[in-house]
Design a binder for this molecule. Structure first.
Ligand code: ATP
Length: 235
């Protein structure tokens, strides 16, 4: 579904990503592990069209994404839920959710259907629909951010550190929801530092260090790998 071939990203003379080749198959939940600054957000931003790769190719289904505008990438079915949620705090929860539907604004019936699905995933958001998004708890704000991304009807949903800054119990709920979104048919690419929780729900994972992919494997291989356990799970 998604294929990256030898992708580089530079910020001026600083090379943030070097020779990244990876795939995500339809239906998979793939995790990208890496410490702070490893390059996970740069990779996501390259896929979403927010930064331009300096080399390589990014292919989604039959489309070449590199060179596409970010809005065209969303329209093609690749939607990023950015690190730090990036909500509109003064706007209501419902208005935030509906921002995600902008790309399908002419399809009112489809948007209503999708809104019902999102509210089924996050029932609490129906109760909070008219409240300013900024007044919600961290976990609820993360639900709004994921819900807004789901309103864009992704075929590939990219989640950048959705567990950041959340209490352990809330982290568990977020990961359960991500797993549910995947089982309902959306392919997911998840960037995380919370390696253990992420690997538990993943089919496969890549490990990124200093802008390079250094390891790849399925869930069992990664959970059993001593290097991964030492560096990312603390065991
Ligand atoms: P984090 O979890 O902290 O966001 P990350 O793994 O997502 O980390 P990136 O944000 O992609 O990593 O950053 C990779 C490297 O690129 C870091 O050294 C960062 O300082 C640098 N970097 C990121 N964005 C820019 C930018 N716009 N200009 C210059 N350097 C940047």
């Amino acid at each position: 579904m998604l294929q990256l071939n030898h992708v580089d990203v530079c910020y001026g003379s600083f090379k943030a990503l070097t020779d990244i080749s990876m795939t995500v198959d339809a239906g998979e939940l793939v995790v990208l592990l890496g410490a702070n600054g490893a390059g996970k957000s740069s990779l996501f931003n390259a896929i979403s069209g927010l930064v331009k790769p300096t080399a390589g190719e990014i292919q989604f289904e039959d489309k070449q994404l590199n060179g596409m505008k970010a809005s065209a990438v969303v329209a093609s079915g690749v939607v990023q839920c950015a690190e730090g949620r990036k909500l509109f705090p003064q706007m209501s929860v419902m208005q935030n959710l509906m921002m995600g539907a902008y790309v399908h604004r002419r399809d009112r019936q489809g948007n209503r259907k999708r809104l019902n699905e999102v509210l089924e995933l996050f029932p609490i958001l129906a109760d909070k629909a008219d409240e300013p998004a900024g007044s919600l708890s961290g976990g609820q704000q993360q639900m709004v951010a994921i819900g807004r991304a789901m309103m864009s009807r992704p075929r590939l949903l990219m989640l950048d550190e959705p567990s950041l800054g959340l209490a352990p119990l809330v982290v568990k709920q977020v990961f359960e929801t991500v797993k549910q979104i995947n089982s309902l048919g959306t392919t997911v690419l998840l960037a995380e530092q919370n390696a253990f929780a992420a690997l538990k729900i993943a089919h496969r994972a890549y490990v990124m260090e200093n802008g390079h992919l250094v390891m790849e494997g399925d869930r069992e291989t990664m959970l059993g790998n001593e290097q991964v356990r030492k560096a990312y799970i603390g065991a």
